[in-house]
Design a protein around this ligand. Structure first.
Ligand code: OGA
Ligand code: MN
Length: 287
């Protein structure tokens, strides 16, 4: 295996060619990929043909434990891809048709266009997400990523001191409603309870500090809500400066792997009423 690494953004991120997730599954190849992920935080791995669902799941399981659906689907969701390990990030319903504009399942998917880290609303958080492109629209639908280690490094010392020891509550429903989705029913709310995490943590492998914020953050423990919202807004405004953002333009067959414990990401707009975007995610978790 001969890898070529091309940095995509001046601060982090890489495109890796010469790596095939169907074949490069030996421990040395996996270790090499993990160390690239630790350094670059997000890596694009192009393939001529998209991985099958089975290949996608099998490769992800080599990086770490794979998340399986543990909550029931949002009511009414037909299942297009019958795999508990795959999160269907397409704009297609269970029959393969584009969701109508007013469909609440589409509204919840559009909420991914807010900056977030995957599964921060769980106590057992996501580590790597592997998003695979099966169909991409002709225009728009890029995925944007920010390395939150660099953002933390650049914070003023006064802010770093202020964040020391703070914990935030992350809630799935908070970001769904903020993103334009309807209020969940009490039964839906109970399927995805909130979780608490430090606002700053040590990245497990690189040892760098990370600012861990996301649209899922609902409050900061022990801080009045208005003060917390101001602080979170200030942090978000710092993080989303153009100089920190990688905008990844997809080609069918690409797998983009990002480290949720080091980055924040979001989807971007595209014409989701007239074009199909078929993206599928497998997610590794902490334990
Ligand atoms: C995800 C996600 C954004 C996109 O799969 O977790 O946020 O561009 N995707 O589809
Ligand atoms: Mn996501």
């Amino acid at each position: 295996m001969t890898l070529q690494v091309e940095q995509l953004h001046p601060l982090y991120s890489a495109k890796i060619t010469g790596f095939d997730m169907r074949h490069d599954t030996d421990p040395e190849s996996i270790a090499a990929l993990k160390s690239l992920l630790d350094k670059y935080a997000v890596c694009a791995v192009p393939h001529d043909i998209p991985l099958t669902n089975e290949e996608h799941i099998a490769f992800s399981a080599l990086l770490g434990p794979v998340a399986r659906k543990s909550s029931p689907n949002i009511s009414g969701t037909g299942v297009r891809l019958p795999f508990n390990e795959i999160v269907d990030q397409s704009n297609l319903d269970g029959k393969g048709k584009i969701y109508p504009d007013q469909d609440k399942r589409l509204a919840y998917k559009r909420a991914n266009r807010q900056w977030h880290t995957d599964m921060s609303f769980r106590s057992n958080r996501a580590t790597w997400s592997l998003l695979s492109a099966h169909i991409v629209p002709p225009k728009g639908g890029e995925t944007e990523v920010i390395d939150m280690r660099t953002v933390y490094d650049d914070l003023p010392e006064k802010m770093k001191t202020r964040l020391n020891g703070l914990e935030a509550e992350h809630c799935y429903w908070h970001s769904r409603v903020l993103g334009g989705g309807p209020e969940p029913t009490p039964e839906e709310r109970a399927t995805r309870p909130p979780a608490q995490h430090a606002l700053v943590h040590d990245h497990p492998r690189s040892g760098r500090k990370v600012l861990y914020i996301a649209s899922h953050v609902r409050c900061i423990i022990g801080m009045p809500d208005d003060e917390a919202m101001d602080l979170l807004q200030e942090l978000r405004d710092i993080a989303v400066q153009p100089k920190y953002i990688l905008s990844y333009e997809w080609t069918v067959g690409d797998v983009l792997i990002w480290d949720n414990l080091a980055t924040m990401h979001r989807g971007t707009d595209f014409d989701d009423q007239n074009h199909v975007r078929d993206m599928r995610r497998v997610t590794c978790r902490e334990y």
